[in-house]
Design a protein around this ligand. Structure first.
Ligand SMILES: [Zn+2]
Length: 161
């Protein structure tokens, strides 16, 4: 997708007190669900997961890329655990949902999902929470008015998750 705007999540993640603003609001939503673990996709989602786990007083873990999906390595054992799965930004939800699948394969029960920033549309069958909703226009390349106007294309942040 093409857009005039690019949201750089690492400007939040690099600032621990700003990150905690988001973590504390998500923790309020997650606490009533009594989770035992917070899991996020490496790297941005993992940083959020560890801050949330510290606030909730539970363990954290992270899911790493493998092929087209995500996997829990490092001996993380989630059997019997109630798990919340988090990511920094939800656009298509691909990394969040791949992490939820990895949690289930590792024996955990996904009790909720959450993100700092919601950019896309969500249709999920588990509780989902977000702190900030950003509705920035984006376009399919063939329908992009910026390209039509000859604006050069740039690809920022590639490979940051
Ligand atoms: Zn374009």
């Amino acid at each position: 997708m093409h857009s005039e705007f690019y949201f750089e999540k690492f400007r939040i993640l690099e600032n621990p007190s700003l990150l905690s603003y988001f973590s504390e609001r998500l923790a309020e939503k997650f606490a009533p669900l009594s989770p035992n673990r917070v899991v996020g996709p490496f790297s941005g989602g993992a940083i959020l997961a560890y801050d949330l786990a510290r606030i909730l007083g539970v363990k954290a873990a992270y899911a790493e890329k493998m092929g087209h999906g995500r996997v829990l390595r490092r001996g993380f054992d989630l059997r019997g655990e109630r798990v919340v799965v988090v990511d920094d930004v939800y656009t298509t939800g691909r990394s969040l949902l791949a992490t939820a699948e990895a949690v289930k394969r590792a024996g955990g029960e996904v009790v909720a999902l959450g993100v700092m920033v919601l950019r896309g549309e969500v249709a999920l069958d588990v509780p989902f929470f977000y702190v900030l909703r950003l509705q920035l226009p984006s376009y399919k390349p063939e329908e992009c008015p910026l390209c039509a106007a000859g604006v050069p294309l740039r690809v920022p942040g590639r490979g940051s998750t």
